[in-house]
Design a protein around this ligand. Structure first.
Ligand code: GAL
Length: 912
């Protein structure tokens, strides 16, 4: 039995009156506890055909587009917004009140106008016959099935991934609200809908939320009929030209129905921090906001107990600490916030990677109303201390942790934007294997479950909300919404995520155009940082700078200086001297000297580009060069050389970044652009579909770059990696450079058992290169040394012709829940089982048993084969099949891969 160690330290009470409009016509008599029901299954979906006009139920009108170019360099200067007056009736005035709860100043809150727009539109009516609509489960991304839109005039170009994200669509579902729900508060929680969601329930407009990346809640109570027919209808409007990358389309995250008593813990109504952390004890501070949606005042008692979680993240039996009960009363239609503290003995700390199993706790809050339990609410949290030290960097629990981070977009490759827990976990697992310990959620709030994963796996997170403020990067991006919604979006974002121990820093902007507008821009930064601080005084805030310099207004506002590319210098080497655009010398020192009290980190580095397994000759002698025709690039095939020396125009190779970081040890670390390839932004070839900057390709196959990061980030792991592959029948006798990435400090290279010399890494060198090797088929072997002793050995062989297909799986057992996934790699090998790196045979896939092929891919950014296709060419000798369990049926799933002239592969997966 654990002992109760807690005692109350402090209790504060703040009462505020309803922010969400009229109190509901319910009384406090019903004290049913909370239910949070996932309502992802069985929706009906309709999208207006591309060539037809949609209904007029729009949130707001949008300016006409004069320039649809989407192949601009990512660091182009954002331009001034174009505003237009609405020429038609729009629903914005009815949607704005949805965000009232997140507007602090009551005088700024929105009053719903008279009328009920859309109530006569057939799609919102309970009796509308939707039997002809498509059945779908959520999370749903309508665009991912394609087809890819090709050609220069495609309505969605390469920037947004050439997938049909654009248009208006509707989702309908009957809600199960039994008569026994009478008197309860019922709300809809949407974790993310892309974008401009507007919700009708039983024919009434209930509200909506424009920003596609935020989570939001709508109170349905005034409109539902307990025991009756309850029809939900959600309209989504997703404009083309609204992003610099693939946003996905539709209700792409989980959706919930939350039922509580009328007196209940508010949405994201708890906030837990810890202070005075030592081995012996920590102070746990909690704030709890309670809503009284009823017509009567309520006398409540609030109790909270803290439980540690076990190895499986399950709550242990006995509480580790309990807050003393607090009693208070809340007027009808009002909210109240209490604060309290407790001392927890022997706290188990949340620790970042590489520590295994970060410790987590669960606070269970119970509300009692008139003596009866009225609500229970659970909050997961972790105990850790974070200090940003301007000279040392990040200190977690007293220990210096260099940030080895990557930027991650929200899409899940061939699965699109539709959130899937296993797919997200797989991305993080591979990053962890590389030695990565941090993620920046570029440039938007992630699915809530991603932060559950980072908490459990020990990743540090910069949680970021915006890519634009008032100035625009694309004609219909978030700048259209920002003036009306920045406060609501920012408060909602912080309130949702502030209990996650993995979140170490809030970012309220990325490379915004306001860096160029002096005091005006800085004033917006200041306002955003104040909002974040009000919602969470426990963490620092930042925004990423690719243009603003020391002494300009914007950096003054930031708690932490987050530099994109400026630390190592932008277009700052000989190979970049002919390029136009921002040019910056290495600025770490300048920022450090100008802001000696602020931590500096690189929120984006590298933006190195490559296509897995593709090597283009000749190879630059530089350590970093822009990818251009003949130097690293091949426009016709839309490939960039994987020598991992080529970059976007403003980027730098990993080697150049590492050197800059090592020369400036006060820098807290880096977030590489990017961890995985993502859909859209296919710099430098905008006719392609997906990016080139990932360390891991879109299918989840490691590029050579993976190993240069692994050798730096996991120096204790004996490893050596050789590039390129050694199948060059047309290059016999020609110079074919060989580069080696190793965690050792020197290596000897052998070609067909002949030594080509032993080389040692110099100071600020991170690869060993033999640039004059003349190709002859056979075997390359590298023996790496560390401190003079043999450390690791690797080899690459010229293979024979393709002969077999070989299947490899990430797991042999999956859950029979209709969601779990297995990722199967099909390799084309020669008869000795060695992958043939230059093979591209067409492979056909089929499946038997309780599974479906959710998607296929090969990581080739120029492959326009639909992601759902059951046949696909291998790329670099590899293809990926993603299998999903089908419904709840158990059994064995058998995947077969066949290709003409090759021995087929079969793999069995057990679905339990
Ligand atoms: C940065 C930008 C990122 C991405 C990257 C591509 O300037 O912040 O969102 O566009 O460039 O290399």
């Amino acid at each position: 039995m654990k002992k109760f160690a807690g005692f109350i330290l402090l209790c504060l009470l703040v009462i505020s009156c309803s922010t969400s409009g009229q109190p509901n016509a319910t009384s406090v008599s019903d004290s049913s506890l909370r239910e949070r029901i996932c309502i992802n299954d069985d929706w009906l979906f309709y999208k207006y055909p591309a060539d037809s006009l949609a209904d007029k139920l729009i949130y707001d009108s949008r300016p006409s587009i004069s320039d649809r170019r989407d192949d601009r360099v990512a660091d182009s200067r954002p331009t001034e917004a174009i505003r237009n007056e609405s020429l038609q009736d729009v629903l914005k005035p009815w949607i704005l009140p949805t965000g009232n709860r997140f507007i602090k100043d009551p005088s700024q809150r929105h009053i719903r106008p008279q009328g009920d727009p859309g109530s006569d539109f057939p799609f919102v009516s309970n009796s509308f016959d939707d039997s002809g609509w498509e059945m779908t489960d959520l999370p749903h991304d309508w665009a991912i099935k394609g087809p890819f839109l090709e050609g220069p005039d495609a309505i969605v170009g390469g920037g947004m991934g050439r997938l049909p994200i654009n248009g208006v669509a509707w989702y309908r579902k009957k809600l199960d609200i039994p008569a026994s729900d009478k008197g309860r508060s019922v709300s809809l929680e949407v974790d993310g809908a892309m974008s401009y969601a507007i919700v009708w329930i039983n024919g009434h407009l209930a509200g909506g939320w424009p920003y596609g990346y935020n989570s939001w809640r709508l109170d349905l109570t005034p409109y539902i009929i307990p025991g009756g027919d309850n029809q939900l209808a959600i309209r989504i409007d997703n404009p083309a030209n609204s992003a610099r990358w693939y946003p996905g389309a539709g209700i792409y995250r989980n959706v919930w129905l939350v039922k509580t008593g009328p007196v209940h813990v508010a949405q994201w109504g708890t906030f837990i921090t810890s202070s005075d952390i030592s081995k012996e004890a920590a102070t746990i501070n909690i704030e709890i906001t309670t809503d009284n949606d009823s017509r009567n005042d309520a006398a409540i008692e609030i109790r909270t107990e803290i439980f540690s979680l076990d190895r499986d993240f399950k709550r242990t039996n006995d509480p580790d600490a309990s807050f003393s009960p607090i009693t208070t009363s809340i007027e009808a239609g009002c909210s109240s916030t209490i604060s309290a503290s407790v001392i927890l003995k022997n706290p188990q700390l949340w620790r970042p990677l590489p520590a295994e199993h970060p410790e987590l706790y669960e606070a269970v809050t119970t509300l009692f109303c008139d003596g009866k339990p009225a609500d229970t609410y659970s909050t997961l949290f972790g105990i850790r201390s974070i200090v940003f030290d301007p000279d040392k960097g990040l200190i977690v629990n007293g220990e210096h942790i260099p940030i080895k981070g990557v930027n991650q977009h929200h899409d899940l490759g061939a699965l699109g934007a539709a959130f899937n827990l296993r797919a997200a976990e797989r991305q993080l697992e591979m990053l962890k294997e590389m030695g990565c310990n941090a993620i920046r959620t570029s440039h938007n709030p992630p699915a809530p479950e991603l932060l559950d994963l980072t908490d459990r796996m020990g990743f540090l997170v910069i949680d970021e909300i915006f890519d634009v403020w008032e100035r625009r990067k694309t004609p219909h991006d978030f700048h259209l919404v920002f003036p009306d919604w920045y406060e609501q979006d920012t408060r909602a974002f912080v309130r949702r995520d502030r209990n996650h121990p993995s979140v170490i820093l809030w970012s309220y902007g990325n490379e915004v155009g306001e860096q160029y507008t002096g005091e005006d821009g800085a004033a917006i930064a200041k306002r955003l940082s104040e909002i974040v601080r009000e919602e969470d005084p426990s963490r620092l805030t930042t925004a990423s700078l690719n243009y603003a310099k020391p002494g300009m207004e914007m950096p003054e506002v930031l708690d932490v200086i987050s530099l994109n590319y400026q630390g190592e210098g932008i277009r700052d080497a000989e190979a970049y001297s002919h390029l136009k655009g921002i040019r910056t010398s290495p600025l770490y020192k300048n920022f450090h000297d100008s802001y000696p009290e602020k931590v500096i980190l690189s929120s984006e580095t590298a933006s190195a580009l490559s296509t897995r397994g593709t090597y283009i000759f000749p190879v630059t002698k530089e350590i970093s060069a822009p990818a251009e025709e003949k130097t690293g690039g091949d426009q016709k095939r839309m490939y960039v050389s994987a020598y991992e020396l080529y970059t976007s125009q403003f980027g730098a190779s990993p080697d150049k970044v590492f050197a800059a970081q090592d020369r400036h040890p006060f820098v807290a670390g880096e977030f590489v652009w990017s961890g995985w390839d993502y859909i859209g932004e296919p710099t430098p070839y905008y006719s392609a579909r997906s990016s080139y900057c990932g360390i891991i390709d879109l299918a989840g196959f490691r590029k050579d770059r993976f190993y240069i990061y692994q050798s730096r980030w996991r120096p204790e792991l004996p490893a050596v990696h050789i590039l390129p592959h050694w199948n060059w029948p047309d290059r016999i006798g020609q110079v074919t450079p060989v580069h080696v990435f190793t965690s050792g400090d020197e290596a000897e290279l052998f070609l067909n058992y002949k030594s080509l010399g032993r080389k040692k890494k110099g100071q600020f060198e991170y690869r060993l290169r033999w640039d004059d090797v003349k190709y002859e088929p056979g075997e390359l072997r590298a023996i790496a040394y560390k401190d003079g002793k043999k450390w690791a050995e690797g080899r690459v062989n010229t293979t024979d012709r393709p002969a077999l297909l070989k299947a490899e799986t990430d797991r042999y057992n999956i859950k029979a829940d209709g969601k779990d996934l297995v990722f199967i790699t099909i390799n084309i090998t020669d008869k000795k089982g060695r992958r043939v790196p230059d093979s591209d045979n067409l492979i056909r896939f089929s499946v038997e048993g309780p599974g479906v092929i959710a998607a296929t891919d090969n990581g080739d950014p120029s492959d326009m084969t639909e992601f759902q296709s059951l046949q696909r060419k291998a790329f670099g000798g590899m293809a990926l099949v993603i299998l999903r369990s089908e419904g709840r049926e158990k059994g064995t799933i058998i995947l077969k891969a066949e290709s003409e002239g090759l021995k087929e592969a079969l793999i069995r997966i057990s679905c339990e």
